[in-house]
Write a protein of this length. Structure first.
Ligand SMILES: [Ca+2]
Length: 197
């Protein structure tokens, strides 16, 4: 039996930690990878200060303190990477807090930079003044490869268009629920609500 001292106050026996696991093993068979993943010596930093977690959280704790190496860990990392490499973007809405222009509504459009190409969207212009909100939940979702950059522009009729800011929408936020991108160049202030999944 391996016993590891975490502090002067006492020692933990790994066996005590795994008693519930032992009970599970009797029903489901052994889970050898858990013990195999444990190093011979433990990092002393902070371990003792942690409350003993519920068994369901224990594995997460162990993985956080003792990063694994080897084929299993590589597969896990690859899975995580593939989860963040592509996703879908659903726009929710666009809010104008402060318009760039003050005599006429802004004529908003985006240049969406996908990395290997840029598309202008929408083809029409979104006329917006302070306080306006455009519901975009009916807009078709689009596939994202890693991330896209939304560049917001105000289409001016008689001079060059005004750049109102940019935001990177990343698949790292997939599943994180509603997000907000702010555009605040040139005196304007817009909020784009969206989610990635
Ligand atoms: Ca303008």
């Amino acid at each position: 039996m391996v016993s590891i001292t975490f502090s002067k106050q006492g020692a933990f026996s790994w066996y005590e930690w795994f008693i519930p696991l032992k009970k599970r093993e009797q029903k489901q068979g052994p889970k050898k990878s858990i013990k195999a993943a444990l190093p011979k010596t433990a990092n002393r930093v902070g371990v003792h200060d942690l409350k003993l977690p519920a068994m369901s959280n224990l594995l997460l704790l162990i993985m956080a303190f003792f990063p694994m190496h080897g084929p299993e860990a590589s597969a896990t990392t690859a899975d995580a990477a593939s989860l963040t490499s592509s996703c879908r973007l659903q726009l929710i809405g666009l809010k104008c807090i402060t318009a760039e222009g003050y005599l006429t509504p802004d004529a908003i459009y985006f240049k969406i930079d996908h990395g290997d190409y840029v598309e202008e969207w929408p083809k029409s212009r979104m006329r917006m003044s302070a306080g306006d909100y455009i519901d975009m939940r009916e807009v078709n979702s689009i596939a994202i490869d890693g991330s896209v950059t939304f560049n917001m522009w105000d289409d001016d009729t008689f001079d060059s268009d005004d750049f109102l800011g940019k935001a990177v929408l990343s698949c790292r936020d997939a599943g994180a629920g509603e997000k907000i991108a702010s555009f605040s160049e040139d005196g304007a202030y817009y909020k784009l609500y969206y989610k990635l999944y």
